[in-house]
Design a protein around this ligand. Sequence first.
Ligand SMILES: *Cc1c(COP(=O)(O)O)cnc(C)c1O
Length: 496
Amino acid sequence: MLYCSTRNHALSLSAAEAIVQGISEEGGLFVPQSFPEISSEELKSLAEKSYTERAVVVLSKFLTDFTQEEIKECVEKAYSAQKFSSSRIAPVAPVGERYLLELWHGPTCAFKDMALQLLPLILKKSAEKVLPNKQVAILVATSGDTGKAALEGFRDVSGTQVFVFYPADGVSSMQKLQMVTQRGKNVHVCAIHGNFDDAQREVKSIFTSRKVIEDLSARNVVFSSANSINWGRLAPQIVYYFSAYCDLLQAGAIQNGDPINVAVPTGNFGNILAAYYAKKMHLPIQKLICASNSNNVLTEFIQTGKYNRNRPFYATISPSMDILISSNLERLLYDLSGRDDAYIAGLYQQLERDGICSVDDRLRAKIQDEFYGGYCDDEQTKRVIKEVFEKEHYLCDTHTAVAIHVCDQYRRETKDSAPCVVASTANAYKFPSSVLSALGEEPEGGDFEQIERLARHTKTVPPAPLLALKDSQVRFSQVIDREHMKEYILQSFAEE
Ligand SMILES: *Cc1c(COP(=O)(O)O)cnc(C)c1O
């Protein structure tokens, strides 16, 4: 399996090369040159397998420059009992008429773990193939969740160093605590004065700074990236859609070949794109339901074909979806345009210049064939949390609630009654204040008081990794100006 770029069809890279490089030089994203299929018989045999066995089968089709043993080793290490609180890794829970695919049993209690537990191991193996004997430095600018998930994933993976920069006043207190108490020999966490965009911009400029690249190269170090446009983060996400289908088969909820729908709370379009790719591989998915919060740029795009990021930005109670530029959408448009790299390059040039672009009618019709777009605001989100808890005794987080709302709306509007799998992307205890207030409780006190109150009120058990933070020591308290991020990185290597 070889990879090309969405803006340059002529490229031909191995999976290891695409994963180490992260993004293509001309700004496009790496995509497989064709999509492997999983036949109905193969699907049936997958149903009898464990999550890790399913992952090896699906990933082997994309990582053809890896041996089966290499993939198995990475997968078993990533989705181990030490790291995941459920032995099923991504279990499916029936809730009313829907099936919730719980993607938050990993160490940080959110779905980013599904990819970021595996990516570091795959990236290390890729680097060994492509750039033997080099150390890899990973730079992450984070507004919260990604930083912690990257730290946990790269923690003590030999041959790698991970640097996470977060805005000093731009993350929640729980998110901050998760990062500054991080254990591991190869992790570096630093706050910067400024907001997330400042951190992000500086990281991008360091990535491409000739001076820094040369300084690091002299120390035998290369940069790579763990952000959500890396193919190595997308591929592991395809697995859990197959796994969910298999679980429904095993439970007798569907027969092999029956169509399902999938609803996903969407930000950067990575998670729902993985579902689209699963469908391309012949998983019987009928409709892909793209759920947004008040930052509903994707809802408008799916309904009208116009992408317009020149709009107000809302800080919502589902913060991981507060995104106006959904990077992975480019991969979908590339695919649905018939892999027209010149068209995509032009479209994104226009979007970067004007903040707005429109796709042609044919492409819009294709998007609408595959996707349904809807959104919901904070008030509706809270109402869903309360309703689902009162009716079904199931506690869901704010992001998942957005997807449940749009899934229900789709079913009402279209009368499409196929079983619907809803991606549940975070544990409710990650957002105790919003969830408490949704349930009509006062969100008083600090994080741990809120967690206790939520546990008492709902008679549910908070996840151990969050409770453990209460007694863990702060390791990283440095706050620097963003001009000093370069030195911070270089110093860390000088100290070794
Ligand atoms: C990152 C994230 C999302 C959005 O996923 P994308 O792949 O960026 O669309 C949704 N919910 C939670 C909890 C997340 O952390």
